[in-house]
Design a protein around this ligand. Sequence first.
Ligand code: T4K
Length: 404
Amino acid sequence: MIAPPGEPRRGRKAIRGLADLAIHGAPPAFTDTVHVGRPNIGDRAAFMGRVDAMLDSRWLTNNGPMVQELERKLADYLGVRHVVAMCNGTIALEIAIRALGLKGEVILPSYTFIATAHALQWQEITPVFADIDPVTHNIDPAAVERMITPRTSGIIGVHLWGRAAPVDELAEIARRRHLSLMFDSAHAFGSTYRGRRVGAFGRAEVFSFHATKFFNCFEGGAVTTNEDDLATTMRYMRNFGFETYDKAVHVGTNGKMPEICAAMGLTNLDSLDAVVEANRVNLAAYERAFAGIEGVSLLRYDPREQSNFQYVVAEVDPGFGATRDEIVAALHAEGILARKYFWPGCHNMQPFRDLYPHAGLLLPNTKSVAERVIVLPTGTALPPDAIEVIASVFRVLGARGVRP
Ligand code: T4K
C-alpha cells in the first residue's frame, strides 16, 4: 500500500517560494529521478520460481505453456473468447490491422501514442486523423463521421488514459457505414465500459503489456476477439504464417511472446488489485493536494466504471501563472520526469507531418488538449512525498509565475 502524502520526507526540501525551486538554483527535490512509467513488479519469489520452472523445462518461447496459461487467464479476466498474446502492443496492432483486412484509409485519433498511427502507415494504409472530445480526450464520433470517404475501411478507437472510447456510437457508425471497428486498448487493461470489461468490443482490441503499463510483461501485448476465424488467422500471423510444420498459410511475422514475459505477466496478474489500489490512493492524494490550486484540473474517472488509474493527467488553463512547458521544465529540474503525452499529436510528427501537412486544420481540440496536458507519476514505486512536492511546484508557479 502506498502511504498518503504528508510533509516532505526528512531532508526533502519544502517548496514555498520561487527561490526554493531547482530552476532557480536550489538543489533538486529528488536526486533519484521520479518517472511516469516506473514498472509495477509483483511477487519476486513467485516470478523467480516461474523462471526456474521455465529454464528446467527448456521451453523458452513459441506458444509455450506459460503463454497459454496467461492467454487463458486473461480471456477469463477480460470476458472474451480469444486472447492472442504477442511480443508487444505495436506488433499486436499491426497483426490485428492486417488480419482484419484493413486497407485504403483508417480513421483514428491523432491524440494517441504514435504506435497507433505507425501500425497503419507501416502497412501503407493512410491514417486519417479525427478530432477528439476536449473533455474526455477520446475520439469524437461526429468527427469520425466527417472523415469517412469511399476509401475508408475501418476505425480504430483508442481508450485513452484507460477511459473507454465512445464504444456504442463508434459501433453504430461502423455498422451503418460498413466499416471494421477495432480498438487500441493499450491503456485500458481492467477498465470497463458500461460495466463490461474492455476487451470484447469491436471486432478486435489490442493491449500493450509494456514495462511502463499498469500491468506489464516486460514487453508484451495481446489481441482479443470473439471471432474464432480472426483469432486463428492472428495465431498463424504471429508465427510466420505457419499453420503447422512446413506449411505457411498467410503472410506472417514474428510476433510471439517469450515465456519469460508470460512468467512476468502471470506474476503481475496476481497483484493487479494491489496496483489498482495504489493508483487509486495516489489519485485521491493528488486530488487533495491540488484542491486549492486554481487553473489546474485533474482528469476525472467515471465513478460508475472500473479503471486502472494508471495515468494522472493534469490540464493547465491558459490563464495559469506559468505555461505547461514551464511547469514541465520546473518539475524536470526537481527530478520529476512529468510527461507531455501525447504532444504534439501524431499528425505533427514524422512521417505524418510531411505526408499529411494539412491534417491539423481539422484537429482544433487535439491541438488545445495536447498543449495543456501534463502526465504525472503514479504507481507502486512513487515516493510517498512526491505528490506534495509536485503540488507545491504547481502552487508556487501558479501564484508567482516562473520569473523572480
Ligand atoms: N498504443 C498506445 C495507445 C500506447 O500508449 C502504446 C504504448 C502502444 C500502442 C504501443 O505498445 P507497445 O508496443 O509499447 O507495447 C512509453 C512506452 O514505451 C509505450 O509503451 C507507451 N505506449 C507510451 C505511452 O509510453 P515513452 O516514449 O514515454 O518512453 P519510455 O518507454 O522510454 O519510458 C517512459 C518512462 O518510464 C521514462 O521516464 C523511463 C521510465 N521507465 C521506462 C522503462 C522501460 C522505467 O522507469 N523503467 C523501465 O523499465 O513510451
